[in-house]
Design a protein around this ligand. Structure first.
Ligand code: BTN
Length: 177
């Protein structure tokens, strides 16, 4: 029963990530990486499902993407991994583990601390890995790449806040606390 419940949770989360990818990308012009809503789904997977199930949900999304255009704007996994945004997607895969690791260091829980941990793992980590890979991909120096990624911080911080609020509300119901 628990196994079935977990499988349903994972499948629903992969589906949610796909659905959020239907939201059109917001191209920025000065950087070949758009603003997307799909990373909200990644944050929710990490917060609501934890390290193992969250990683599995993201992995299933990536496997689906081998056959279907599940990424924002209609990209498939192989196309995305061959393009400028591959680093962010690697960051997406690492987020559930990073968040779970940070949570272990936590001595007490407070909504602001929960937000900080989601921000560190889902915004800072993802955007830094993305920026490092982007610099490598475009053969550009690292610092301008890191600086250009600052454009994502306000939107990603809002997504992290929304994900934290939803997570705080529903983690207990999902039996994660
Ligand atoms: C893709 O579909 O090719 C992946 C897009 C990655 C976009 C990254 S995720 C972190 C940052 N925040 C955004 O809104 N966009 C970038």
């Amino acid at each position: 029963m628990n196994r079935t419940k977990s499988l349903i949770q994972i499948a629903l989360m992969s589906t949610l990530i796909v659905i959020l990818g239907l939201m059109p990308p917001l191209p920025l012009g000065f950087i070949p990486v758009p603003i997307v809503l799909q990373n909200l789904g990644i944050m929710l997977a990490a917060i609501l499902l934890g390290a193992k199930k969250g990683s599995l949900a993201i992995l299933i999304f990536l496997i689906l993407g081998l056959f279907l255009p599940v990424f924002t704007g209609g990209g498939t996994t192989l196309v995305v991994f061959a393009g400028p945004t591959a680093g962010y997607v690697v960051g997406w895969l690492l987020m559930p583990l990073a968040l779970a690791g940070l949570r272990r260091l936590l001595l007490f829980s407070h909504p602001l601390i929960s937000f900080a941990l989601v921000w560190l793992s889902g915004v800072l980590l993802v955007d830094v890995i993305g920026a490092i890979y982007l610099a490598h991909y475009t053969n550009a120096p690292l610092l301008p790449s890191l600086l250009s990624n600052l454009v994502f911080i306000p939107g990603d911080s809002i997504k992290a806040a929304i994900a934290t609020i939803i997570g705080t509300k529903y983690r207990k119901q999902l039996g994660l606390e």
